[in-house]
Design a protein around this ligand. Structure first.
Ligand SMILES: Cc1cc2nc3c(=O)[nH]c(=O)nc-3n(C[C@H](O)[C@H](O)[C@H](O)COP(=O)(O)OP(=O)(O)OC[C@H]3O[C@@H](n4cnc5c(N)ncnc54)[C@H](O)[C@@H]3O)c2cc1C
Length: 216
């Protein structure tokens, strides 16, 4: 098991049905895009979570959804400000260093891009964010404000104001040929990542320009 450290929760807020933003004070540095392990008991193997906050924020944010049959998340949802959790050091290589890039995320897969965004790394980036409903387009207002031309929110289950009606793959079908010379960063479920990767390759993006983080 990885080395774990105690952290004191400062907030654990339900920001959409079944989706929580957990915060605790930051006492380590990290690179936007990295993950940490979280557990409520030193004897349980930590689950992995992408950090959603920016690298200079005083608090670390973790965005998670509750899996009703899951071991950790139903208990994590009951944690309150002042409670202890255990976290690992940050690690991972899902890091976007390029000047220009396209970020594509669904659900909580937005977390590493939120971290890059709140770290100020959003210039020359296009963000395509998908979810079934608009309330799961986490951080929508902030993205809309800072990326007015380059933010494409997609809602697949119901039409929503200001959103493309359909999945991120359906949006990508509409755009013609994507620039094959820039990197595409994908984050979300295995199904989404595989579907988007296959579509980009079909449209001429080289495999080496596709970076993916799968939340399993
Ligand atoms: C790199 C990475 C980053 C991640 N980042 C995030 C993030 O930022 N936010 C986020 O919400 N999640 C993230 N995840 C997913 C996260 O690590 C957990 O898997 C998730 O929160 C579920 O944890 P849990 O303990 O509640 O559920 P688990 O106990 O792991 O169960 C998950 C699901 O599997 C089912 N299940 C469990 N055991 C079995 C079994 N034996 N047979 C069949 N089904 C079973 C459960 O019913 C449940 O629906 C990430 C994963 C990875 C790999």
């Amino acid at each position: 098991m990885k080395e774990i450290f105690q952290a004191i929760v400062t907030a654990n807020k339900e920001i959409a049905p079944g989706a929580f933003l957990l915060s605790f004070s930051r006492n380590f540095s990290f690179t936007a895009g990295q993950v940490i392990g979280i557990t409520l008991s030193k004897s349980e193997e930590p689950r992995l979570y992408s950090i959603a906050s920016g690298v200079n924020q005083d608090e670390v944010w973790i965005l998670y959804t509750v899996k009703s049959e899951g071991l950790l998340t139903p208990q994590l949802a009951r944690v309150k400000a002042g409670d202890d959790i255990f976290v690992t050091k940050p690690f991972g290589r899902f890091i976007c260093e390029e000047e220009r890039a396209v970020w594509i995320a669904t659900g909580t897969g937005i977390a590493p891009f939120a971290s890059m965004f709140y770290s100020g790394q959003f210039h020359n980036k296009t963000l395509i964010q998908g979810n079934r409903t608009k309330d799961g387009l986490y951080f929508y207002e902030d993205f809309k404000k800072q990326l007015p031309e380059n933010y494409i929110p997609c809602c697949s289950r119901e039409p929503a104001d200001g959103c493309f009606a359909g999945r991120v793959t359906q949006y990508l079908e509409t755009i013609g040929t994507p620039d094959p010379n820039i990197p595409y960063y994908l984050c979300g479920s295995a199904e989404m990542v595989v579907d988007v990767r296959d579509l980009l390759i079909e449209k001429g993006v080289p495999f080496n320009n596709i970076m993916a983080e799968i939340f399993f």
